[in-house]
Design a protein around this ligand. Structure first.
Ligand code: NAI
Ligand code: MG
Length: 396
């Protein structure tokens, strides 16, 4: 069989550190591919006025699968100030290239698994009824609608006439009518039935394939009746096809409380864009945080796999690097799952689990140390040593 091609987009800062580490692990696990590096991030904003060059989009359109590290984003004004002199005043506006990728390729399904690795000192613990310490085993996978809702970008401050007039057709708008328009900000939360349907279908089909007994739709339909209501209705309908899987529904606020009370009860969770973002960070915090949080962005044809963390500029220049490569490695594992390379994926997951359980090799975040060059003399391993340990565990 011809070798697969995978687009690799290290991006900025520690993205450039962790992505090559993940490739080392994949290769050691026997996953062979042509890695084609593609340009994305701050450097290309500064030199070309575009952090997501067309040539990168073309590569992704051709090869479909991509690994992404992280990018640096800055507020609009700061971004404009750093443009190369010849690009200033040429009408360039900075947009996040990862959001751009999600929209361009309609990567509407985000999957964020949050699983406890036994032995991780960052695991959440709680007090039991008799004062004993409990460490619940979290095994939750969040399905987040990735393109619509509050992140859809349809918003205004000082809305134009047509928008104002349209809002004014709603009886509840009476409460806002006396507010000066320049003091009125509107961000819309638009859901479509097709996208609600798809995220619910993906969640249930994953739950069935991985033998989860429940899917929780986490929204707030009692208050946000239309959009959350549509998601709940679709979840109920999709559940009809899965009689063996229970559908629970929770409100986002209560879910955040149950997160620490009984996280072990939740299997698959499905939510809109904003709430999915919130819950997935909440669950990630129970299982190690940014050094462990992996994510998949999946469309009909294209999949982009990335750690949740950003470019951590303060650690960018550290030599040796100290950041934890596990979030990137686990993101690459999600790509293997998506490509159907289940056996390799499971071996890499097991290798990570073995290293964490063994405990001899820990990055600074796992030891709750302050990040910095001193962390290594305090017992933390540099990034590459963590990768080496995962590779050794693969070989055992
Ligand atoms: P960040 O995720 O880059 O870093 C926050 C802190 O988390 C770091 O200072 C570090 O203490 C810790 N951390 C992050 N990754 C780690 C790892 N692999 N191992 C150990 N510790 C780790 O978020 P921050 O500082 O808010 O943003 C920095 C830049 O990254 C900004 O320009 C931001 O816009 C961008 N960003 C990009 C994202 C993406 O590429 N998808 C996501 C989040 C932020
Ligand atoms: Mg990221």
């Amino acid at each position: 069989m011809a070798k697969r091609t995978v687009v690799v987009m290290p991006g900025d800062g520690i993205g450039k550190v962790v992505l090559p580490e993940a490739l080392r692990v994949l290769e050691a696990a026997g996953f062979e591919a042509n890695w084609v590096e593609a340009d994305i991030g701050w450097e290309f904003w500064v030199t070309e006025g575009n952090p997501l060059p067309q040539r990168t989009i073309d590569l992704l359109a051709e090869h479909k699968a991509a690994l992404f590290g992280a990018i640096t984003s800055k507020p609009k004004d700061a971004a404009a100030r750093e443009l190369a002199p010849e690009l200033v005043d040429a009408g360039h506006v900075y947009y996040s290239p990862i959001v751009g990728l999600r929209q361009h390729f309609d990567l509407d399904v985000s999957i964020r698994p949050c699983r406890t690795f036994p032995g991780n000192p960052l695991n959440f613990i709680r007090r039991g009824p008799l004062g004993e310490v409990e460490e619940p085993r979290v095994d939750t996978v969040i399905f987040r609608q990735n393109t619509e809702g509050l992140y859809g970008g349809v918003e205004w401050t000082d809305p134009p006439d047509q928008v104002w007039e349209a809002l004014d057709t709603h009886p509840k708008f009476a409460a806002f009518r006396s507010v000066p328009r320049k003091d009125l900000a509107v961000s819309t939360r638009i859901f479509t039935r097709a996208k609600c349907r798809r995220i619910c279908e993906e969640a249930f089909s994953y739950a069935a394939a991985h033998e989860y007994s429940n899917v929780t739709v986490c929204e707030k339909p009692n208050v946000i009746r239309e959009t959350s209501g549509m998601m709940l209705a679709e979840a109920r309908d999709v559940q009809q096809g899965y009689p063996g899987i229970q559908l629970w529904d929770t409100n986002i606020d209560a879910q955040m409380m149950w997160l620490t009370k009984n996280p072990e009860d939740y299997g698959v969770i499905v939510a809109g864009n904003m709430f999915g973002d919130i819950i997935s960070d909440g669950f990630a915090g129970l299982v190690g945080g940014l050094g462990f949080a992996a994510s998949a962005n999946i469309g009909r044809e294209v999949g982009v796999f990335e750690p949740t963390h950003g470019s951590a500029p303060k650690y960018e220049a550290l030599d040796p690097s100290i950041v934890n490569p596990i979030a990137m490695v686990l993101s690459a594992v999600l790509m293997l799952d998506w490509l159907g390379e289940t056996e390799v994926a499971n071996r890499v997951r097991d290798a990570v689990a073995a290293v964490v359980a063994n405990g001899a090799v820990r990055t600074y975040d796992m030891l709750k140390l302050r990040g910095g060059p001193q962390a290594v003399s305090q017992g933390a391993v540099p990034t590459s040593k963590m990768t080496d340990a995962i590779i050794q565990a693969l070989e055992r």
